[in-house]
Design a protein around this ligand. Structure first.
Ligand code: NCD
Ligand code: ZN
Length: 356
């Protein structure tokens, strides 16, 4: 039998969508109950494109945070064709922005203002390299001629390799890597190249979207892939390489926006994320490597200190709630709704009080 409890450095989430307003206030405690810090994605409407907007968003998050919860948002800038090197420098100087996000225009939710031509953004990437700011990449081509299941693999060769070659000092995170090609690309790349991995891409293959019917709550971008890719992700996450770290890509959408004619892409995993990662590591016989993946590799890459506090997980099966409150947005359906998850947070003093 495996370990019954596991205490690790308190983890961070290196890729999180918190949204804004009431929805943010509803989902924030689900992340803050266990993650000490999270990299906050900037794809709001309108997107967070300036240092001033990032600072204002940071303030709104802290205003919405319950005073008993200890959580630091790490902000990001959304790169557009109009982003200037001066804006990168302003963001760096302001102090709350840790990274900038490259969305290829049209690749995913709220990415219409993203970059249309990576070559034109070269001065921005050079400014980032000069100040050590990581570039977070949504690594999918938008070319409609490329099959949706191949969009990540094609992006690597068509766009990411030339970018890395052109700006060698730039730190790059291939966000939510989903394929064996992505894992190999990261492993073979320079030490300035890393990747985040979601819990859902570790736990599910593309069959989950179609099991017994069409399951919109398993639809996200990049889309779930074949089993061979899931296995490559599990090997990467549990293998101990510091190039891979935890990024949930928890992306809440109202139930009504998921269960409709044209449902939104995004999986809301925050209420169960660390529990699901623990389950994956347990099943892979690699619980001793969860701490590195969840609590050490991210700060090492970003050049930030490890968290000093700890988090204790217990091997105790609990059901995932069917729905979670989302404020004015209505109900949210969390990843794995209704099913049991093998690991839980230790009965906490203050953390679980704020669960949905
Ligand atoms: C994200 C969202 O909803 O903002 N959706 C998703 O499917 N992951 C955007 C993103 O990270 O691609
Ligand atoms: Zn995302």
């Amino acid at each position: 039998m495996t370990t019954a409890t596991l205490t690790i450095t308190r983890p961070d989430d290196w890729h999180l969508h918190l949204r804004d307003g009431e929805l943010m206030a509803s989902v924030l405690p689900h992340s803050a109950r266990c993650f000490a810090r999270a990299v906050i994605m900037p794809n709001l409407k309108p997107p967070v494109t300036t240092a001033a907007a990032a600072r204002a968003y940071y303030d709104r998050i802290l205003d919405a945070l319950h005073p008993d919860l200890d959580f630091t948002p790490l902000m990001t800038l959304y790169l557009t064709d109009a982003t200037t090197p001066a804006e990168i420098e302003r963001a760096r100087a302001d102090g709350v922005v840790v990274a900038a996000k490259l969305y290829p225009a049209g690749a995913t939710t709220n990415s219409d203002d993203g970059l249309t031509d990576l070559a034109r953004a070269r001065p921005v990437f050079e400014a980032m390299a000069a100040c050590g700011m990581p570039l977070l990449v949504h690594g999918e081509v938008t070319d409609p001629a490329v099959d949706i299941f191949d969009r990540e693999a094609v992006f690597l060769e068509r766009h990411l390799r030339p970018l890395i070659d052109a700006v060698p000092g730039l730190k790059v995170v291939l966000e939510h890597v989903t394929t064996k090609q992505g894992v190999d690309f990261v492993l073979q790349g320079p030490s300035t190249l890393a990747a985040t991995i979601t819990a859902h891409h570790l736990l599910y293959n593309r069959g989950a979207m179609f099991k017994g019917g069409l399951n919109p709550h398993y639809y996200c971008l990049p889309v779930l892939k074949r089993e061979e890719h899931r296995l490559a992700l599990v090997a990467a996450a549990t293998g101990g390489s510091p190039k891979f770290f935890l990024g949930t890509d928890s992306a809440p959408h109202a139930r009504s926006a998921k269960e409709c004619d044209c449902g939104c892409a995004g999986i809301f995993s925050a209420p169960v994320a660390i529990e699901m990662y623990a389950t994956v590591f347990d099943e892979a016989g690699a619980l001793h490597r969860l701490e590195g993946f969840a609590g050490h590799h991210g700060p090492m890459f970003y050049g930030l200190p490890f968290n000093r506090s700890t988090l204790t997980l217990v091997r105790e099966t609990r059901p995932v709630p069917d729905v979670v409150a989302g404020g004015a947005a209505g109900e949210l359906v969390p990843l794995g709704a209704g099913a049991p998850v093998l690991w839980s947070l230790e009965a906490p003093d203050h953390t679980l009080r704020y669960r949905g």
